[in-house]
Design a protein around this ligand. Structure first.
Ligand code: PMP
Length: 388
């Protein structure tokens, strides 16, 4: 069988299992309405939690940035690609998060790949939540390839984690967790995890992709939500393509930890720096996030409205205070059918199936935004009731 035939066979199997992936082409900027195939869809699919992705002020900052600094950075940060806007953004992110120093990356995926495998190798141990994001899982696999002992603990199970830490004789220990779990919207018990990190002299690596900009005072993220101080044993990753509405990511930490990543992290060193105009847009976005209380109020009002609206429906709505509100249907085909029925009524809510989520927990992943109006939420709730 040729390679092509083999791939075709596997693709046919994926299709037969109802697990084919496809993309939709948007004929409009990211926003509450997405133009797809000549139709206007109400968008519950994006991570644009504050509605900033299509914001004209940020687009202007990016356009002005491109005119001032050019289209591309031209090289990796450590070669000649680190321009003044990149440097200013890192300093502003440090001031905003309260950490001594930050490092920016082109994507959150790359930022996560930078942290765990760089800090954990032979003689070290990684303790990772079972439901961590795919990018943290890949980072964990790289740490394993570097010789680290890797263990996964049941989701948010502080007791199980404590037993693993107590039994470990590793030199460096890293606890690695999402702050907001991307498929359920629930929070990690960060106060308990930080206490364990202190007790067992471990690092705490936090992925705040879905908390940054959304949770805590001024949208400073999940640590602020829990009123936790910054700590030299925390490395905080935040993405900048979700609530921040642009793209990229940062890692915040102690000056030493960040300097170490800058010197050693392969996904920082061996890739071209993001275009400087992206950093210009992000500097404007940071201002909008810090002053964005009204946007967050709108988002949380939408969350409350949706949750009370769907409370009586036959599907499970896990506890989530965040913009991610999954309705767990269970069966793959039933979930697809529901998403298709919503789609045909002008509502875009993605169906998420295994392997992205555990088998038997296929779901509609409703993502809310400050851009949604109360009428948008009511329309979604009314349609779900009709379909139930
Ligand atoms: N971590 C989590 C929890 C995420 O949900 C995502 C994005 N889906 C990432 C990391 C990766 O971020 P990015 O999209 O910027 O690569």
């Amino acid at each position: 069988m040729s390679l092509d035939d083999r791939l075709s066979t596997e693709l046919a199997e994926i299709a037969a299992a109802g697990l084919s992936r496809r993309r939709r082409v948007l004929a409009s900027p990211c926003g509450r309405i997405a133009a797809v195939d000549g139709r206007e869809m109400l968008n519950f699919a994006s991570n644009d939690y504050l509605g900033l992705a299509g914001d004209p002020g940020l687009a202007r900052a990016m356009a002005d940035g491109a005119l001032a600094w050019g289209a591309g950075s031209g090289a990796a940060h450590l070669v000649s690609g680190h321009l003044e806007p990149h440097e200013a953004l890192e300093q502003e992110l440090a001031a905003f998060t309260g950490f001594p120093r930050t490092l920016t990356f082109s994507t959150g995926y790359l930022a996560n790949l930078a942290v765990t495998p760089t800090l954990a190798g032979r003689g070290d141990a990684v303790f990772a939540d079972k439901l961590n994001h795919a990018s943290l899982i890949d980072a964990m696999q790289l740490a394993k390839a570097n010789g680290a002992d890797v263990q996964r603990y049941p989701h948010n199970d502080v007791g199980a984690l404590k037993r693993l830490l107590a039994a470990s004789t590793a030199r460096n220990k890293l606890i690695v967790t999402d702050a907001v779990f991307s498929m359920d919207g629930d929070l990690a018990p960060l106060p308990a995890l930080l206490a364990l990190a202190e007790r067992f002299d471990a690092w705490l690596v936090i992925d705040d992709a879905h908390g940054f900009g959304v949770l805590g005072a001024q949208g400073r993220g999940s640590l602020a939500h829990f009123n936790l101080p910054t700590s030299p044993r925390i490395l905080l990753m935040g993405t900048l393509g979700k609530a921040a509405g642009v793209g990229g990511a940062f890692v915040a930490g102690s000056a030493t930890a960040i300097d170490y990543l800058l010197n050693k992290a392969r996904s920082y060193i061996f890739t071209t720096a993001a275009p400087p105009a992206v950093a210009c847009a992000l500097r404007a976005s940071l201002q909008r996030i810090a002053g964005g209380e009204a946007l967050r109020r709108q988002l949380f009002a939408n969350v409350a409205r949706l949750r009370s609206g769907v409370a009586t429906l036959p599907w499970t709505l896990p506890a989530s205070i965040t913009a991610i509100q999954p309705l767990i249907v269970g069966d793959n085909q039933a979930t697809l059918d529901l998403a298709q029925a919503l789609w045909s009524r002008g509502l875009w809510v993605p169906a998420i199936r295994p392997p992205t989520v555990p088998r038997g927990t296929a779901r509609l992943r409703i993502c809310l935004s400050a851009a949604h109006t109360p009428d948008d939420i009511d329309r979604l709730v009314a349609t779900l009731k009709e379909l139930a």
